[in-house]
Design a protein around this ligand. Structure first.
Ligand SMILES: Nc1nc2c(ncn2[C@@H]2O[C@H](COP(=O)(O)OP(=O)(O)O)[C@@H](O)[C@H]2O)c(=O)[nH]1
Ligand SMILES: [Mg+2]
Length: 304
């Protein structure tokens, strides 16, 4: 078993996508050997992990396609991990341009994997951290992770991607005020997609005010970039902002923060493994009206 896992990892490191697909399946489904596989991942990856998050229909997949095209032309190797609860990932039908997109499917520079979201809140796949680390073993320059922003998962993705791009659309104008706190924290770059629509300039202006207020005196303002993903408009500006982000000195501080965040989430998931809310409820239903019931004594059995 051990030998097989070592061979699998070595195949992945040589850019074997079939081996990568197999390893992801092993990890995603807790198949035999997954623990040993994870423990043998090395720490040498130079890949930049870029998260693209935002509401359904914002144009994330279209944006991702345009980014792939841009980077492929620069000779880069790119992986895409898409976590979409609503629809299976299908770049072909997405742009109504099967020929162009199937080019990516057959392109050795591009690896695309779609994952179901199995989280209770419909957000991220619970294995996304581990799967991203597996993908990092392969010689990719950039790993793109597309996730639908639904409440909590926006915060989770902050711990997942080195650089988080929050995609908004002009219609989001009013929502932005209410979403403000959460998205301001996680966004490294804002994209206003569908900039071909009228309200884009108004959203741009109000976002610029928000990032300015957040930045304060000595901090850099979070870039706000207008794109029309369907026409690849603004993609060059976006990739430039991504490059700038990775070249910034603050990036190392962020890496430590991200690693701590990931570590925390893994430990949390592991510690909660034996806690089942349905069982808790059943047990509590039976004892809650006892005079002797004490919440603090009861929870003791779960404490370490
Ligand atoms: N008008 C306009 N439509 C866009 C733009 N970008 C994407 N779309 C369309 O918006 C719809 C949703 O796009 P999709 O990429 O699937 O969004 P996702 O759910 O965020 O991944 C599709 O019909 C796209 O063609 C844009 O910049 N302008
Ligand atoms: Mg999508």
């Amino acid at each position: 078993m051990q030998d097989k896992i070592i061979q699998l990892i070595s195949d992945i490191q040589e850019g074997n996508y079939k081996a990568l697909a197999r390893a992801i399946t092993i990890v995603e489904n807790n198949l035999h050997g997954y623990d040993s596989l994870l423990k043998q991942l090395n720490n040498k990856s130079k890949a930049q992990v870029v998260g693209v998050t935002g509401p359904p229909g914002a144009g994330k997949s279209t944006l991702v396609s345009s980014l792939i095209k841009h980077w492929v032309e620069e000779g880069k190797n790119i992986a895409v991990i898409a976590v979409d609860p609503s629809s299976p990932f299908n770049y072909g039908s997405l742009l109504g341009d099967r020929i162009r997109m199937s080019e990516f499917y057959n392109n050795q520079q591009v690896y695309i994997r779609s994952l179901a979201s199995r989280g209770a809140l419909g957000g991220l796949n619970p294995k996304i951290i581990e799967i991203t680390d597996v993908v990092k073993q392969a010689p990719f320059d950039i790993i793109l992770i597309e996730t639908v922003g639904v409440g909590q998962s926006e915060v989770e993705i902050a711990g997942l991607a080195d650089c988080s791009i929050v995609t908004l659309v002009p219609e989001a104008g009013d929502e932005v005020q209410t979403l403000k706190a959460g998205i301001m924290e996680i966004a490294d770059i804002f994209v206003i997609n569908k900039a071909d629509r009228d309200a884009a300039d108004a959203l741009y202006a109000s976002l610029r005010i928000m990032v300015h207020q957040k930045a304060g005196a000595d901090e850099q303002e979070t870039p706000v970039i207008k794109t029309i993903a369907t026409k690849s408009d603004g993609i060059a500006e976006l990739t430039e902002a991504i490059n700038k982000f990775f070249n910034n000195n603050h990036f190392n501080d962020k890496k430590l923060y991200l690693l701590t965040e990931k570590c925390w989430q893994l430990i949390q998931a592991n510690r909660m493994q034996d806690v089942n809310k349905t069982l808790l409820k059943d047990e509590l239903a039976a004892i809650m009206n006892n005079d002797e019931f004490n919440l603090y004594t009861y929870t003791q059995k779960y404490m370490r």
